[in-house]
Design a protein around this ligand. Structure first.
Ligand code: 8YV
Length: 312
């Protein structure tokens, strides 16, 4: 008999196909009343497949008394109750590293787009405005100062990309990182004051909530750009909208928002912000690699009792 796994939300079709070949998969979101379904059938599941987006909250984990493993699609795990999983001895597999390049590429795409105004000037051409005059000058990025909040796996790759643009890099973390040559800024405000571009690459969750505050945005200043490829929750979004409208920062490139897929509509009118639909890891290659790791975490667990890559 195949192990019975609960699938919390929709995943890549190819990943779903393989999951269904190897396991007895129940798609929770397709049940007419998911909560009632879980209350009745929770005890049948030994595993759960989820994603950074869907998570596995306290209620979900508690509804499965025989749960032995969670495999999550994504590097972020702030939506999973890790403490509860740990207390029940449930390993949680996730998919770090394989997405570093594409997320860093997206961060750089946003740096370039918001400063050089590619999206906004594309709209200018499509509107036929080029015939009426030239597009206003934009801001150089090569040789500028790039501040990274969160010099983790992804932050380091962003720093490497910055080297290709002759940018000076500094970073802020809770603690200095031992093995890097970049200068450490002990406060986020200090980093924002220094930076031309402040790139947010930290984890989400309560510990980083609204760290990019009104004060940090003020420190970034009217020449400074914010780029966020981590989680919308890290930024005080109301303060950001105000700062962009009032031009107290120069612009922002955002792949993530506080309440996805809802984006503050006041931003739609602004050309100093680039809005992406949380697509940083969304390439064929990276999503395939993430899916493979979701499968490998499960395979390894059912073979050895341990997932291949566990949440720390
Ligand atoms: C994905 C992400 O969009 O890995 C993460 O934490 O936010 C993204 O790579 C997400 O996992 C899809 O649910």
């Amino acid at each position: 008999m195949k192990p019975c796994l609960l699938q919390v939300g929709a995943l890549l079709p190819a990943l779903e196909t393989t999951l269904n070949e190897r396991y007895d998969i129940v798609p929770l979101w397709k049940q007419p009343d998911p909560a009632a379904y879980l209350a009745r059938h929770g005890a049948e599941f030994v595993g759960a497949v989820t994603s950074a987006r869907f998570g596995a909250d306290t209620a979900l984990i508690n509804a499965m008394p025989n749960l032995k493993v969670i495999s999550s699609f994504g590097v972020g795990y702030e939506t999973i109750d890790i403490a509860l999983a740990r207390s029940r001895g449930i390993p949680v597999g996730y998919t770090p590293d394989v997405l570093n390049d594409c997320v860093a590429d997206t961060a750089f795409g946003l740096v370039m787009d918001v400063a050089r105004q590619f999206s906004a000037s594309d709209r200018f051409v499509r509107r036929g405005d080029w015939q009426k005059g030239t597009y206003p000058l934009t801001t150089r990025i090569s040789g500028k100062r790039l501040g990274i909040m969160g010099l983790g796996r992804i932050g380091r790759v962003i720093a490497k990309r910055a080297g290709g643009f002759d940018m000076e890099v500094r970073y802020h973390n809770r603690k200095p990182v031992a093995d890097v040559a970049y200068a450490y800024e002990p406060t986020l405000k200090g980093l924002a004051e220094w930076a031309d571009f402040l790139v947010i690459a930290s984890a989400g969750g309560p510990e980083t909530r609204h760290l990019v505050s009104k004060e940090v945005l003020a420190a970034l200043g009217p020449q400074g750009f914010l780029v966020n490829i981590s989680r919308g929750s890290v930024v005080d979004e109301a303060a950001l909208v105000q700062a962009l409208e009032a031009r107290t920062i120069a612009g922002a490139g955002l792949d993530v928002f506080g309440d996805e897929p809802r984006v503050p509509e006041r931003l739609f009118a602004l050309d100093n912000v680039v809005l992406l639909p949380h697509l940083a890891s969304a390439t064929h290659e990276t999503r395939k690699a993430m899916g493979d790791l979701v499968l490998e975490n499960l395979r390894r667990f059912f073979e050895t009792g341990r997932v291949a890559v566990a949440v720390p």
